[in-house]
Design a protein around this ligand. Structure first.
Ligand SMILES: [Zn+2]
Ligand SMILES: [Zn+2]
Length: 159
C-alpha cells in the first residue's frame, strides 16, 4: 500500500482516506525533499499526511497545507515543494504568517528551490504583508502581483 521509498523516510507518511495510489508519483519528489530538509534543518517531524483529489472540480475545501506544532505533524494537499517549504517555515517559527515565518520561508525557498520555482515561490510569499517586506529587502523592488493559485488537483486525471 505504501511504497518502499516512503517507508524509508525519517517521518511516517500517512496517506489520507481514499488515497489514490496513482498519486504517489506526485508526492515522491516533495517527500524526498522534505526528508532532506528535516535532516538539514534538524526538524523533528512525527508524521506527514498526504492527500489525493484527482479530477476535483473547482478548489478543494481545505488549506493546501498546514503544520501542527503540538503533534509535530504536517498535512499536505498541494503536492508542490513551495507548499511543503511554507509549512516547514511554520514548523521553524511561531506567530502564524508574521515576520519570523516569512524570514524562514524565504530562507528555505532560497536554499532548496532554484530558478523559476524559486522566483514563483518568492512572489507567492509576497502575498503576505510580512513576505512583501522580505521580498523588498532581498530584491530592492516591490513584488509583482502574485497569480491566483488553483488547486493542483483541479481537473487532474490519474495516468
Ligand atoms: Zn486535500
Ligand atoms: Zn501558512
Amino acid at each position: 500500500m505504501i511504497p518502499v521509498w516512503a517507508t524509508e523516510l525519517s517521518f511516517e507518511v500517512r496517506p489520507g482516506q481514499k488515497f489514490d495510489a496513482r498519486a504517489w508519483k506526485y508526492w515522491k519528489p516533495v517527500l524526498l525533499l522534505l526528508n532532506e530538509v528535516a535532516k538539514k534543518e534538524k526538524l523533528k517531524i512525527n508524521w506527514v499526511r498526504v492527500h489525493s483529489h484527482f479530477g476535483h472540480k473547482g478548489d478543494v475545501p481545505h488549506a493546501m497545507g498546514w503544520w501542527d506544532h503540538e503533534i509535530k505533524a504536517m498535512f499536505l494537499c498541494h503536492f508542490d515543494k513551495e507548499t511543503m517549504l511554507h509549512e516547514v517555515g511554520h514548523a521553524l517559527s511561531s506567530g502564524y504568517h508574521g515576520d519570523p515565518w516569512a524570514k524562514q520561508a524565504a530562507r528555505l525557498y532560497l536554499k532548496y528551490l532554484k530558478g523559476k520555482e524559486q522566483k514563483e515561490a518568492m512572489v507567492q510569499l509576497a502575498r503576505y504583508l510580512s513576505g512583501r517586506r522580505v521580498y523588498k529587502s532581498l530584491y530592492a523592488e516591490k513584488a509583482p502581483k502574485a497569480p491566483e493559485i488553483q488547486s493542483l488537483w483541479r481537473d487532474l486525471n490519474p495516468t
